[in-house]
Each structure stands twice: as structure tokens, then as C-alpha cells.
Design a protein around this ligand. Structure first.
Ligand SMILES: *Cc1c(COP(=O)(O)O)cnc(C)c1O
Length: 337
């Protein structure tokens, strides 16, 4: 078979041997009766890591976001968010469908939201405009190229919005933590609710977590059931998740180094894109190009798989399944386009 390096997403990983081993030995029970010790352990650990009182294990990152939206909003409310965030643009309109809310969109081309722009939307409530229930941010911010928020920026946003709840979509929170050297709990402290995906850079097969205050998480577990996310002996999945939290966070730095090498090569191969490789700080190479879809097709025909995440925007993602040799292979192809 011709060689293939899959940079479409950090979701394409296979579970590690340690995960398979932990799964085979997991002690499980019926989550519907709160009797799965492995899930309880995973939830307890995650809550501790992000510094929240309580957490729930859910099948996907989309469901984690959707549960947070359900518990923090009422129908007709507004969520302030960046226009290219996952909860806005990549969940098939789920927030409107599930919670009857609408978004007020802020520019997030650089990954972060400007506090003054967020405040203008909130303030418009005094001008006959609808109630803002929450502000949602994403860290790392995917579409801008896996941009990590600086702690000062998250804290400044929280100070600006005061008691209004902040939801942190932390699908790649641990990438942000490794890239900035700031703990996941410090990055999450300004947020009421925080999510993280086990099935992305951490390499677990399935699952995400949502954490927050006990009362909010109690309601969240009811919404999980409502949305069909209360699984039964899902401790098998949680067992892999525990291994992910224990052993797979630090190694994300390797993905970041490899992405940065690729970023330099992509910048050289496509100078017309004006892509600045120093903007690549985690595991995502993303840039605009008028022929984005053609580029993805051409590279794919040469064994380098990537994707588009907007009409003229390409994306290539490093992960557990990409090693230095793969980076050399891709670099060589880029150098000879
Ligand atoms: C992938 C992703 C999600 C959703 O996760 P799934 O497990 O694929 O449902 C949510 N937010 C962000 C920022 C993501 O990248």
C-alpha cells in the first residue's frame, strides 16, 4: 500500500496498548444506577484537574457543549461566541435545535474574543435587545490554527462580564495548557463550565467530560439523560480515558513541535497564502488559500491527508499517530510540489 500520513484530525488515533489493557480489566457497572466505579473515578479525576466541584462523562464533545447550553440558558436567550467556534459552526445548529437559543457572533479570527466587543452585545440588553445568558469561548481555538488563550486574556474577559457565566469549550484544553505552561485548572478558573475531549490529542477512543459547580452538574446529568447520553457499562471507555489523563497530556508537546515543523514547510510551499508559521503554537496548521480544496486533493493523491474547515481554509493536524518520520515524508512532498 502506498504510504499515507493522516493529518485530517487528531480524532483519527488508535487507542494505545495501555488503554486496551485498562479497558480489558475495567470494573464496570450500570451508570443509570450510578454504579460504574471507573466512570466515577474518571469524573472525579477530571474535576480535580480542572479545579471544579463535579464532572460528568459524556459520549462526545458536542454533547458536552450542548448540555452546558441547556443548563445555562433559557429559550430565546443569546450566547455570545466567536463566529467560527465549534458550538456555533460545527454542531449542525444543535444549540438552536436543542435549546432554542441564538448566537451573537464576535470576530474570532485570531482565536480570542475582545472583551469590549463582548460587552457591547451584553450592554445592548438596555437597548431593547435579547438577554445574554452566557459567553462561550474555545481554548485552544481550532479554526484560527489551534490558538491557545493567554491566561490574562481569559481573566480579563471574565472580569469584564462579571457574574455572567462563561462556558469554556476545552476540547483541546490540554494542548492549551502544554503550549502556555499554565495549568488546566488556572485556565478553567474563570469559567463556570469547562469541557475536554479524551478522543482527540489524548488518544482515547471515545468520550468527553463536562465539569462545573455541583448544582449545575446535577442538572447537567439530567440533561445528559434527556439527550440520550447516559450510557450503561461505559466504564470500559472511561478506563481508556483515565489512562489518557494520566499519561497522554505531557506528550502533546511532541505534536506541537511536529506541527510547527510542518507549518514552516507549508509556509514555504504556499508563499502566496502569507501564512505565518509562528502562529502555529499547538497541533494545528490552518491557513487561507484561494485553491484550498485543490491543495487538499493534490496532497491527498500523494499520501498526505488533510481537510478544509471553511471554503478557502485548509487544515492539517498532528497527533499520536504521526511521528518524526511522517513529518519528514510530508516535508519532502511539500518541498517538491
Ligand atoms: C471536536 C470538537 C468538539 C466536539 O467534539 P466531538 O467529540 O467530535 O463531538 C467541540 N469543540 C471543539 C473545539 C472541537 O474541536
Amino acid at each position: 500500500m502506498p504510504r499515507r500520513v493522516d493529518l485530517r484530525s487528531d480524532t483519527v488515533t488508535q487507542p494505545t496498548d495501555a488503554m486496551r489493557e485498562a479497558m480489558s480489566k475495567a470494573v464496570v457497572g450500570d451508570v443509570g444506577y450510578d454504579e460504574d466505579p471507573t466512570i466515577n473515578e474518571l469524573e472525579r479525576r477530571f474535576a480535580g484537574i480542572v479545579g471544579k466541584e463535579s464532572a460528568i462523562f459524556v459520549p462526545s464533545g458536542v454533547m458536552a457543549n450542548q448540555i452546558a447550553v441547556r443548563v445555562l440558558t433559557s429559550p430565546g436567550d443569546v450566547i455570545v461566541a466567536g463566529r467560527s467556534q465549534h458550538v456555533v459552526s460545527f454542531e449542525m445548529g444543535a444549540s438552536a435545535r436543542n435549546s432554542s437559543v441564538q448566537f451573537a457572533l464576535i470576530d474570532d479570527a485570531k482565536g480570542i474574543l475582545r472583551a469590549d466587543e463582548v460587552l457591547d452585545v451584553i450592554d445592548a440588553e438596555h437597548d431593547h435587545q435579547p438577554h445574554v445568558a452566557i459567553v462561550a469561548i474555545e481554548n485552544t481555538h481550532m479554526l484560527s490554527g489551534g490558538t491557545p488563550w493567554e491566561l490574562d486574556d481569559v481573566n480579563a474577559l471574565k472580569r469584564a462580564i462579571g457574574s455572567l457565566p462563561l462556558h469554556l469549550d476545552g476540547a483541546r484544553l490540554f494542548n492549551a495548557s502544554v503550549a502556555t505552561g499554565i495549568s488546566a485548572s488556572d485556565l478553567s478558573a474563570p469559567a463556570t463550565t469547562v469541557t475536554a475531549c479524551l478522543s482527540k490529542g489524548l488518544g482515547a477512543p471515545v468520550g468527553s467530560l463536562l465539569a462545573g459547580p455541583t448544582d449545575v452538574m446535577h442538572r447537567a446529568s439530567i440533561e445528559r439523560k434527556r439527550l440520550g447520553g447516559t450510557m450503561r457499562q461505559a466504564g470500559f471507555l472511561a478506563a481508556a480515558g483515565i489512562v489518557a489523563l494520566e499519561t497522554m497530556i505531557e506528550r502533546l508537546g511532541d505534536d506541537h513541535v511536529r506541527a510547527r515543523v510542518l507549518a514552516e514547510e507549508f509556509a514555504k510551499a504556499f508563499p502566496e497564502s502569507s501564512y505565518d508559521p509562528s502562529s502555529c503554537r499547538t497541533n494545528i496548521v490552518a491557513f487561507d488559500h484561494p485553491r484550498a480544496r485543490d491543495i487538499v486533493e493534490e496532497l491527498s493523491s500523494k499520501g498526505v491527508l488533510g481537510g478544509t474547515v471553511a471554503p478557502r481554509r485548509v487544515r492539517f493536524v498532528t497527533h499520536l499517530g504521526v511521528n518524526d518520520d511522517d513529518v519528514d515524508f510530508v516535508s519532502d512532498i511539500l518541498a517538491h510540489l
